[in-house]
Design a protein around this ligand. Structure first.
Ligand code: RP5
Length: 171
């Protein structure tokens, strides 16, 4: 059983966090944790583009009707999952390049970011699943006053941390 099974599922998820393999979870967990911090209901699952292509298409085609509003998709190597999902859903897809043993994640990054015109994937930095989660929150917050207020608090917190670092250097 994957580590995340049983803990990452909530009722009525609005974000789908999917990945090509459970070996991606140590990276993708960052997205899940960010969503939890903001109280955003999400689901997590393995949907491999190459090992379960029909499931992948079904996931993408059914996502909006099931109530999802954003998909975060992570994969490593020949990372086709985010782009293929974007091709079959009208929802925004955020791609997370997962770094593997070789090539430092550059293969994953280029596989995800080089999408053809008309089929965008919002690609975050290699391994930056937390930012993917935060971007999903921002997308949802555009139409949710409470969530936008939470994001503003979060940003003020970031500001405070950065200022404190400067203050420590000046001591
Ligand atoms: C990709 O292959 C997955 O997203 C993962 O990053 C990589 C390796 O998968 P495993 O061989 O560990 O299952 O499709």
């Amino acid at each position: 059983m994957s580590e995340y099974e049983g803990e990452a599922r909530v009722s009525d998820p609005v974000v789908g966090v999917v990945m090509g393999s459970d070996s991606d979870w140590p990276v993708m967990e960052g997205a899940a944790r960010a969503l939890e911090e903001f109280g955003v209901p999400y689901e997590a699952d393995v949907v491999s583009a190459h090992r379960m292509p029909h499931d992948m298409i079904a996931y993408g085609e059914g996502a909006a009707a099931r109530g999802l509003r954003v998909i975060i998709a992570g994969a490593g190597g020949a990372a086709h999952l985010p782009g293929m999902l974007a091709s079959v859903t009208p929802l925004p897809v955020i791609g997370v390049p997962v770094p593997l043993k070789y090539l430092d994640g550059m293969d994953s990054l280029l596989s995800i970011v080089q999408m053809p015109a008309g089929v965008p994937v919002a690609t975050v930095a290699v391994g930056a699943a937390r930012n993917a989660g935060l971007l999903a929150v921002r997308i949802l917050a555009a139409y949710d006053d409470d969530l936008r207020a939470k994001m503003a608090v979060f940003q003020r917190h970031l500001y405070g941390e950065a200022k404190a670092k400067g203050a420590r250097l000046r001591e």
